[in-house]
Design a protein around this ligand. Structure first.
Ligand code: TRP
Length: 457
């Protein structure tokens, strides 16, 4: 019993070594710059609480079902994203979902690694103290100076890519699992500290009202699509990351319960980030709609106003860098596993080629604020275009296809079987409801929000 054929195969394929490790790595993929950078700035640009509400709804109605379906398909096939569909539906074209996922992974990584580069730069700049100032004009000037410098933009991005490559080459359980498990709790604690400090600032309540008192007039179709895109981005779904991680899941892992925990914890971290940022935004007279720069200009100002602020700021950016690392590892795991399993390349070779490709694609995002700032497609810089294309088109499309595959090809019996671990979990009744949502509600909802948000009708 202890060495069944499948357990030997799994052991050879490398996978997560414990149930807690599974949770930590999955959460490590979800939690990242999405919570600390993207969630606050999008909430700020899109009017606050109303956006938050739509985002939470999208997470529940679309995010959770897609996440569960994806992890399930991955664990079922125990293969990379392309391989999963070739295995589960041989001689069909469903593997294209995997192909689109690889494309998305590159486009996301291109801009994500640049934001991580800013964070890494801020680690060093905060050690030197050069960005610590309670004057908003100075903190925003410091940020602008960084992103408009092409050399710094590229070098910091390469440093990020080299770091990630190093961890990835160590493998799934020793690299990804070990790093994320240790450091996520620390980030959590620090966010609470900053949040409390921010709420105690005079004038902080305006920020809390902005975050929690919805103004429904601000919710347009475009805002809804942005919120749904954030839900995809946050949970790392719709492009194969969760599918790939699912393939490393253990057979006795409770998938729906794990997904629910990850979703809840992830929302909680975003809330904490919002509470750390918005009260300070209003207290210091910044504007919430500052866009991608928001994190980099408010957070230094908050720290400049608290005791031991200098030290705390260094720790904060270190932890943010680590959160970004767990997320980037999971993004890269998609192309790396496809290359190594489809083409039979070694993990190292696959990692090196993926990183080299990223140096090229990433430069397009890195230089979007300097050398090629005037080059625009659809009115966007390449940085913004990669972001919009993935969150508003590719990931929703991927999500629709994951749902359709699960609901109409994989079907209810195997769905219930897989998600109850062959009947050992007592969740049958929930699963029938979840199946209906996955088959009908989620794909239709994604389709409508996407087409309406893109202005198709
Ligand atoms: N979820 C991560 C974050 O919020 C980013 C991320 C990791 C991601 N893997 C992904 C986004 C896959 C989309 C798809 O920072």
């Amino acid at each position: 019993m202890s060495k069944s054929v499948s357990s030997v195969a799994v052991a050879k394929r490398d996978g997560f070594s414990s149930n807690f490790g599974v949770l930590a790595a999955t959460l490590g993929s979800a939690v990242g710059l999405g919570n600390i950078w993207k969630f606050p700035y999008l909430t700020g640009v899109n009017g606050g609480a109303g956006f938050l509400l739509v985002y939470v709804l999208a997470t529940l109605l679309v995010g959770l079902p897609v996440m569960i379906a994806e992890i399930m398909l991955g664990r079922q096939a125990k293969a990379d994203t392309v391989g999963t569909f070739k295995k589960l539906a041989p001689n069909t074209s469903w593997w294209i979902i995997g192909g689109l996922g690889v494309l998305s992974a590159f486009l996301i990584m291109a801009f994500y690694s640049e934001v991580a580069a800013w964070v890494l730069a801020y680690v060093f700049k905060s050690i030197r103290g050069s960005i610590l100032s309670s004057d908003p004009a100075r903190t925003s000037a410091a940020f602008t100076q960084l992103i408009q410098d092409p050399i710094q933009s590229l070098l910091w991005q390469w440093a990020v890519l080299a770091l990630i490559g190093g961890i990835l080459s160590m493998g799934v359980s020793k690299g990804i699992e070990a790093v994320t498990k240790k450091l996520m709790p620390l980030l959590f604690i620090l966010l609470v500290v900053v949040g409390v400090r921010s709420m105690l600032l005079p004038g902080a309540s305006a920020g809390l009202r902005f975050l929690f008192q919805p103004d429904f007039s601000k919710i347009t179709a475009g805002v809804a699509l942005t919120a749904m895109g954030l839900a995809f981005f946050k949970l790392s779904i719709g492009m194969g990351t969760m599918l790939t991680y699912g393939s490393y899941f253990r057979d006795d892992q409770n998938i729906p319960a794990t997904a629910l925990r990850v979703m809840t914890a992830d929302l909680f971290v975003s809330m904490l980030a919002g509470i750390a940022i918005f009260p300070a935004v209003f207290a210091f007279g910044f504007t919430p709609g500052a866009g991608p720069a928001l994190l980099f200009i408010t957070i230094p100002a908050v720290f400049a106003n608290m005791p031991f602020g200098h030290l705390f700021m260094v720790v904060f950016f270190v932890l943010t860098a680590i959160a970004a690392t767990g997320a980037m590892l999971s993004l890269l795991e998609v192309p790396v596993s496809v290359l190594s399993e489809r083409l039979g390349w070694s993990r190292t070779k696959a990692t090196v080629w993926t990183l080299l490709a990223l140096v090229a694609v990433g430069a397009l995002a890195a230089l979007s604020n300097s050398v090629i700032a005037d080059f625009k497609l659809f009115g966007m810089t390449l940085f913004d275009l990669f972001d919009a294309l993935t969150s508003k088109v590719l990931m929703p499309l991927g999500g629709i296809m994951m749902c359709l595959f699960t609901g109409w090809v994989w079907k209810q019996r195997r769905f219930s079987d897989a998600l109850s671990n062959g009947g050992t979990l007592t969740n049958r009744r929930w699963l029938s409801a979840l199946f209906l949502v996955t088959r009908w509600v989620s794909p239709l909802l994604i389709l409508v929000v996407m087409l309406k948000g893109l202005g198709v009708f």
